[in-house]
Design a protein around this ligand. Sequence first.
Ligand code: RFL
Ligand code: PHB
Length: 395
Amino acid sequence: MQTQVGIIGGGPSGLCLARLLSQAGIKSIILERQNREYVEARIRAGILEQGMADLMRKAGVGARMDKEGLLHDGIVLTFDGREERIDMASLTGGKQVMVYGQTELTKDLYDAVLKDDNITVIFEARDVHPVGYMDGKPKLEFHKDGKQTIIDCDYIAGCDGYHGASRASVPRDKLKEYERIYPFGWLGLLSETPPVHEELIYANSKRGFALCSMRSHTRSRYYLQVGLDEKVEDWSDERFWDEIRRRLPEHIAEKMVTGPSIEKSIAPLRSFVTEPMRFGNLFLVGDAAHIVPPTGAKGLNLAASDMYYLSTALIAYYKEGRTDLLDRYSETALRRVWAAVRFSWWFTSIMHKFNEDPIEHKIQLAELDYLMGSTAGKTTIAENYVGLPFDPTFE
Ligand code: RFL
Ligand code: PHB
């Protein structure tokens, strides 16, 4: 087999990148380890920055998102019995974020990709190995139904997430990895209940962090900070609802509508960055190159800038024979990555309980009190939350 861009991973990064390339007539093959149903069912991101929403539109898959997504102008922080709103739109010159679940976004992308003549998707591709990318002869080797197949391509995009094959194939002396693992995870619950509030609530409490998010006016997504040794089986729905109410100010907890969970799962929290993000003709994109704790809702939104830079660079190569943007990809993408790693780490550190030492909570409350009393403090949260801009010189 042969194609222009071989893409490993059919998650949001691989699918959206393929569509952006296809809009410019560039052909790609996507190798996905799972089947479509499995990928679509993963309940993850809920908040899209304008940059990601614009990319979906550019990829020709924004119609349902624009119809069903909920635009938010602000978020709420609660701490010390207080409820403080950050009016992101007024602090950032009108920028908003959109509530639209990763499950829906992935469905929209698959609907378009599977009808696209420039894109082939191979599901249940096993033992995928990118080879030859350091010598200018990139190939993807894989097994399908027990048979080995090889794809010759010009470039490989590693869009296969944190546990994928692309980063793993790079010789250890060619990359540097930075990692922090946090001493807690997030227990998430999805329920067919109206959200407790019209905007997201991030709660700092003595008992640990909580987040009230949503997927629609009738579907809620809640998270609780839990210890790394906690098991989902030990969290009945009743225990979850009891605990989240205790982490919110009383006047909010009283309004909470509870119901049976549709899904419950625990995710660990980590900060992780690989440098560089390019190895010869292999480019890493999205979670394959970096992970952030979900506190700032940045994961998928960071994949967005990678997709934007890589698609722009590949289009410049195929249309104009230019390689200068491919050469700038890693450095440019990493600049925005580190900015989001910093924000996600910082927002995590002021909102979560790290230990039993009471001085730590008091210092967090003092910091939150300072931030909320300062326009500069609120603006710093707002600017980062709505998303830092993509590099305008990358064209
Ligand atoms: P994905 O989604 O992990 O997709 C990778 C795809 O590659 C496939 N794959 C392979 N295919 C072939 N061969 C192999 N060897 C392969 N290994 C893996 C996998 O099956 C999969 O289909 O990475 P991608 O596309 O880069 O997308 C990244 C996002 O999924 C991720 O950043 C976000 O979900 C993070 N995230 C959030 N991001 C936001 O922007 N806003 C949010 O509100 C937000 N909330 C969250 C989140 C992540 C969470 N968890 C569970 C980690 C909330 C949570 C709880
Ligand atoms: C979500 O709705 O899943 C969500 C929202 C905001 C976050 C993280 C996750 O910061």
